[in-house]
Design a protein around this ligand. Structure first.
Ligand SMILES: C[C@@H](N)C(=O)N[C@H](C)C(=O)O
Ligand SMILES: [Zn+2]
Length: 224
């Protein structure tokens, strides 16, 4: 194939998993496509992709399916995110981090300086009802606003949006609507059952067990 050994395109193993690859375009926290994304595609280590395909199969009887936002992330894209977070100019607060300063995002653990995503063993994702349309977000609404105001992006409610860098996105945050808290537990349990561990500061971020020591890569993300 066109990928390094050990990597696969998720679409080849699990074509029913919806892909909404936010870093390949401007619809992400930085407002620009990240370096290293030449096309929108979810690329993962083979074992991690197989495990995600299993999660998708496990969820289907409940009428739910996965929506992935980011998978393998080239090292140059991590550098791009870091440069955005650390830049001295520009606003400190924005709808995707209404209560946390941009320049604190790395220190607070919302953006990793060395990301497991670059090994192909981490994935950012949520859940949607199967067949639900991907509805747009409401521009300008804080990502911590109730779902009716911020827009659901076609997902079931998780209490905040994807890449909403805020304590409300901590997986066990208190004060969430009961349904959002339930949906987070449901996602974590479905992922846990197939070998993925959640990152407690981001309900959407999961690492595949056994990734320790895997090499970080920098090949570009390309659509097939
Ligand atoms: C930036 C966000 N989507 C994410 O993946 N955060 C973790 C901590 C990471 O950068 O690896
Ligand atoms: Zn992540």
């Amino acid at each position: 194939g066109d990928l390094p050994a050990g990597f696969v395109r998720l679409a080849d193993l699990a074509p029913t998993i919806r892909q909404d690859m936010r870093y390949a375009g401007p619809d992400n926290v930085t407002g620009h496509p990240l370096a290293g994304y030449a096309g929108p595609a979810c690329i993962l280590r083979t074992e991690a992709a197989q495990a995600l395909a299993a999660v998708q199969r496990d969820l289907a009887p409940e009428g739910l399916g996965l929506v992935v936002f980011d998978c393998y992330r080239p090292q140059r894209a991590v550098a791009d995110l870091l440069a955005w977070a650390r830049a001295g100019d520009g606003p400190q607060r924005a709808p995707d981090h209404p209560a946390v300063d941009r320049r604190a995002l790395v220190a607070l653990g919302y953006i990793a300086a060395r990301s497991v995503h670059s090994t192909g063993y981490a994935v950012d994702l949520g859940l949607a009802r199967l067949g639900a349309p991907a509805s747009p977000g409401q521009a300008g609404a804080p990502c911590t606003a109730p779902v009716a105001r911020r827009g659901d992006r076609g997902l079931i409610d998780f209490g905040t949006g994807f890449d909403c860098f805020d304590p409300k996105s901590w997986t066990a945050a208190s004060g969430l609507p009961a349904e959002a808290a339930r949906n987070r537990r449901r996602l974590v349990a479905a992922m846990r059952a197939e070998g993925f561990a959640n990152y407690p500061r981001e309900w959407w971020h999961f690492g595949y067990d056994g990734h320790a020591g895997a090499a970080a890569e920098d090949f570009p993300v390309t659509a097939p």
